[in-house]
Design a protein around this ligand. Structure first.
Ligand code: NDP
Ligand code: 8X3
Length: 252
């Protein structure tokens, strides 16, 4: 039986690649995001396999209504990919814009729990399902300017593990996918308020991950036998690794 997936943030980047890869494998996919025109273009590629759904995940009531109103052929969701998310700004905490912080908290944390809460009861009732959350290496490793963005991804990591506890015995799986630097998405452009030059500089002279790498990891986790749960997948480009702690030296 083909699986039914619900992918948030499917209008670009990872979500777009995940929706495409799932549909190419024969899944029926609810592709959601705020930009409906992009979703319509995606759906047009896949002849009825993709149901475009214009949705702002920050609006809890809208999420609940949209999930309840899904057409029958897309209603029994097997795989929820909570991918919608963003970083805004790279300023140190004492200079950051509070509106950016609120938008990250509202999207990356509240949006993700809205979708999870709306879709999980059906999975539990059917004794099957898989929730895949997009975390980030930023949720584990701190970096200057990562402040609230990293904290939202730490939330995603811990929420994923706690979900596993709550879902014990239900047959519903949970995976947190935590990528490092990934190009060919709008992530850095959004982070820098549309400054494409600044965004491009992030990936200059190095080979980042690409959306299809993430889509492959997601599809791999869903393809494993039903008794296997991949808790966390952390992946980075080879070109990215770790640096030493910072030490503020004083004259003595
Ligand atoms: P993109 O900016 O390309 O994609 C983000 C997606 O989220 C878009 O489809 C956007 O669609 C959607 N989105 C944003 N806000 C909302 C909202 N309020 N409601 C519904 N959809 C929303 O970035 P990526 O593909 O790179 O990022 C996807 C996820 O992966 C994010 O959670 C990000 O934090 C995470 N990530 C990214 C990494 C990277 O380096 N690129 C690395 C690690 C994790 P629309 O604007 O149409 O609503
Ligand atoms: C995105 C990866 O390293 O830019 O989550 O924060 S990073």
């Amino acid at each position: 039986m083909p699986i039914i997936a619900f992918v948030t943030g499917a209008s670009s980047g990872f979500g777009h690649a995940i929706a495409r890869r799932l549909a190419a494998g024969g899944a029926r996919v609810v592709a959601s995001a705020r930009r409906g025109d992009r979703l319509a273009a995606l759906a047009a590629e896949f002849d009825g396999l993709i149901h475009p759904l214009e949705l702002d995940v920050r609006d809890g009531a809208a999420v609940e209504q949209a999930v309840a109103a899904l057409p029958d052929s897309f209603a029994d969701i097997d795989v929820l990919v909570n991918n919608a998310g963003l970083a805004r700004g790279l300023e140190p905490a004492h200079r950051a814009d509070l509106r950016d912080w609120d938008q990250m908290l509202d999207t990356n944390c509240r949006g993700l729990v809205h979708c999870t809460r709306a879709i999980l009861p059906g999975m539990v009732a059917r004794h099957r399902g898989h929730v895949i959350n997009l975390g980030s290496v930023a949720g584990t490793y701190p970096y200057p300017g990562g402040n609230v963005y990293g904290a939202t991804k730490a939330f995603v990591h811990q929420f994923s593990l706690n979900l596993r506890s709550d879902l014990h015995g239900t047959g519903v799986r949970v995976t947190c996918v935590e990528p490092g630097m990934s190009g060919d998405t709008e992530f850095s452009s959004v982070r820098f308020g549309g400054d494409q030059e600044k965004a491009d500089a992030v990936y200059s002279d190095m080979q980042p991950l690409v959306p299809d790498d993430i889509a492959e990891a997601v599809c791999w986790a869903t393809s494993l036998p039903a008794h296997v749960n991949v808790n966390v997948i952390e992946l980075m480009p080879v070109a990215q690794s770790f640096a030493p702690f910072q030490v503020n030296r004083i004259d003595i």
